[in-house]
Write a protein that binds this ligand. Sequence first.
Ligand SMILES: NC(=O)c1ccc[n+]([C@@H]2O[C@H](COP(=O)([O-])OP(=O)(O)OC[C@H]3O[C@@H](n4cnc5c(N)ncnc54)[C@H](OP(=O)(O)O)[C@@H]3O)[C@@H](O)[C@H]2O)c1
Length: 348
Amino acid sequence: MAAKILRGPQDAPIDPLRDKTVAVVGFGNQGHAHALNLRESGIEVVVANRRDTPNGRRALECGFEPMNIPDAVSDADLVIIALADEAQPQLYLHSIAPNLKADAIVGFLHGFNIRYGLIEPAADVGVILIAPKGPGRTLRRLYRQDRGLPCLFAMHQDSPKSDAEAIGLAWANAIGCARAGIIYTSFADETETDLFGEQAVLCGGMSELILAAFTVLTEAGYPAELAYLECCHEVKQIADLVYQRGLAGMYQAVSNTAEFGGHRVGPLLIDDSVRQRMQHILREVRDGTFAKALRQDYDRDFTWFKQQRESARSHPIEPAGETVRSLMPWLSEPQDSDSLSDPSPSGA
Ligand SMILES: NC(=O)c1ccc[n+]([C@@H]2O[C@H](COP(=O)([O-])OP(=O)(O)OC[C@H]3O[C@@H](n4cnc5c(N)ncnc54)[C@H](OP(=O)(O)O)[C@@H]3O)[C@@H](O)[C@H]2O)c1
């Protein structure tokens, strides 16, 4: 089943947003890039953020006047919700929904809260999603280079009086994504594939694979720095190759020894038992078990989550990593990577 894809700004005219006001609620990783790109595309933008936080101060530095949420959304035709996912339900209920103007369209960057029914917009509110496939820093950098990140587009409900799809495509154009491509999807598919991908591969799977390999090498008596270099540091070289050329292209670029070893050992490691556990992970994403666990822990001030974060930080791989990275101080320079976690609006 192939997705519908729009390729190029000509398929996503910016005009439907020209005489409109956009409120970007949240000036973090994604919010700063949306606000700045929209403004530079000639769209009227207001920003909502707490003023006394690093993001609030950055919004000021970027020439916005961070407003409170009710004031920012009350005149907006499109309200982009760039808040942390877990903070959205309460803020939507108490600060956004009661202050939306008639015919407003609400835009999400991730489908989580709609998919799991944690936000239930009124029937007369258009509800769309634009999910750029990368961090805000990359969205911003590519926009400034006249390029763009691809994005996903989905519509949960149309607006009775405005064309929510046309507004969504104009938004995608104004942040640069239409230069790459706009891929049609649904809130459910975006949410489920996104959660599954980050749990099974990108965050959960990859981290545990690295830690397991690091432990095997160090317990066998190899130096921790060597284990870190081989099983963690070099992930970037391979990830960059996969990113640029795909899996087959990566295998073409590495040595025959590396390719032979990969083909021989990969399927032994990732066998049917792993696939069965992946299917279990997918079931928990689809039936809402994961979303419920996240909400429950958030309601307990993320007690479990904070414990896991602390224990990960004290793993023996961390000092080894610090030693290795100290040999390459240039690694922390912003231009060398579009960090997923650093929300600072470089290039603002
Ligand atoms: N990060 C990514 O690469 C990425 C990619 C695609 C989609 N998304 C989606 O984009 C959305 C935003 O994520 P993000 O990564 O940009 O988040 P983020 O960098 O963590 O920024 C979160 C924003 O939410 C605000 N916020 C959090 N709790 C709040 C509260 N209780 N009251 C008021 N404001 C609060 C923060 O304000 P303060 O600055 O005042 O704390 C900040 O402006 C999410 O739906 C996410 O799933 C993210």
